[in-house]
Design a protein around this ligand. Structure first.
Ligand code: TXA
Ligand code: MG
Length: 329
């Protein structure tokens, strides 16, 4: 073991060699595990899409060792990008910038922009520094499935199709990076994450737009059903939870509940931390473990309707459908 406490020098060298051969590997980051390949190698990028089963028009995020590599990937690095990099990198923030001429169409989905981020995880940073180039890495889950936050989740997703998975422990952030688009007139949040719009606006000293611009297919997380467990999952306001559980039990359905404060008596499920950062850290693992129990329905209690829970409302929405009687009086 080296000072990383996670992987040996030999493992690091092997992973680097695999990347240079154009292979894809499971890579820990602070947000979720990625399925990483050489972003400058078209075969490697094709392999990422094929392994995930992801449509080719969904662009990938390129991971870098540090912000000095930005000009290799972006043709224009505005001052806003420099400031955000200084404030938040390494960290859970992806910036969308105008792409440099050499960046593969496969990586950008044919767009004139590219997503870039420096992850805050010792294993990812060690590998990026050893590798030298950019690593394209979407979340290491099959397309549309729940994101992975442990090495075992990645093995569960892909098995032998991804033989090398670096184990960097459970992800500390637990949900995907905030995506901010700096390629337009005003900065815009395309995907909420742990770093909130307020924090970004404060660093930039200017207001930023939130909410997707129309229904953009460019952010795959913007598809209605994303990050979804196999068990049909519904989001339920706290005040309706007991009724929903009673109804399900009454009709003989097996249910699992992802609850916030407590689990009602006789109900199977998990109680989540009542703090957004702690909740996020455990969210995907909790979804996966309840999903594995094979119940007929999964009920997710909605967190408070407060800005600090925004990213989790987003992820819960994508993992669920609204309750069938959502529009009842
Ligand atoms: O936290 C994360 O961002 C994780 C870890 C592994 O770094 N990665 C991740 O990748 O969530 P992925 O591929 O699952 O989601 C990346 C999102 C996609 O929804 C993609 O459409 C969007 O970023 N994206 C990438 N490049 C873009 C671009 N040029 N313009 C707009 N959206 C872009
Ligand atoms: Mg993903």
């Amino acid at each position: 073991m080296n000072e990383l406490n996670f992987l040996s020098e030999a493992e690091l060298a092997d992973a680097c060699a695999a990347l240079r051969r154009g292979e894809v590997i499971g890579l820990p980051t602070e947000t979720v595990y990625g399925l990483a390949g050489d972003a400058a190698n078209a075969d490697a990028v094709r392999r990422i899409f094929a392994t995930k089963g992801r449509p080719a028009d969904h662009p990938l995020i390129v991971h870098l060792a540090d912000a000095t590599q930005l000009p290799d990937w972006a043709s224009d690095v505005p001052e806003a990008a420099q400031r955000l990099a200084a404030a938040f990198w390494p960290g859970p923030l992806t910036m969308i910038l105008k792409r440099a001429p050499g960046v593969l169409d496969l990586v950008t989905g044919g767009q004139d922009t590219v997503g870039l981020r420096v992850p805050n995880h010792p294993v990812a940073l060690a590998l990026l520094n050893a590798f030298g180039g950019g690593l394209a890495a979407p979340s290491a889950n099959r397309f549309g499935h729940v994101s992975p936050t442990t090495a075992q989740h990645v093995r569960d997703e892909f098995g032998e199709a991804v033989p090398v998975v670096l184990d960097g422990g459970p992800c500390k952030v637990g949900i995907e990076s905030t995506i901010v688009d700096l390629s337009g007139d005003i900065p815009r949040i395309l995907r909420p994450g742990q770093i909130g719009a307020d924090a970004i606006a404060q660093v930039l000293g200017q207001p930023i737009a939130t909410g997707a611009q129309q229904a953009s297919p460019r952010v795959s997380g913007s598809l209605a059903s994303h990050y979804a467990p196999d068990t049909p999952a519904e989001r339920v306001p706290t005040e309706r939870l007991d009724t929903m559980i009673r109804q399900a039990h009454g009709s003989g359905e097996s249910v699992r509940v992802l609850a916030l404060r407590h689990l009602p008596n006789g109900v199977h499920g998990l109680v989540m931390p009542n703090d957004p950062e702690q909740y996020a850290r455990h969210f995907y693992a909790a979804l996966r473990s309840l999903d594995a129990e094979g119940a007929e329905r999964l009920l997710i209690e909605l967190p408070p309707d407060e800005p600090r829970w925004l990213a989790l409302h987003d992820r819960i929405s994508r993992a669920t459908v609204a309750p069938s009687d959502d529009d009842a009086p």
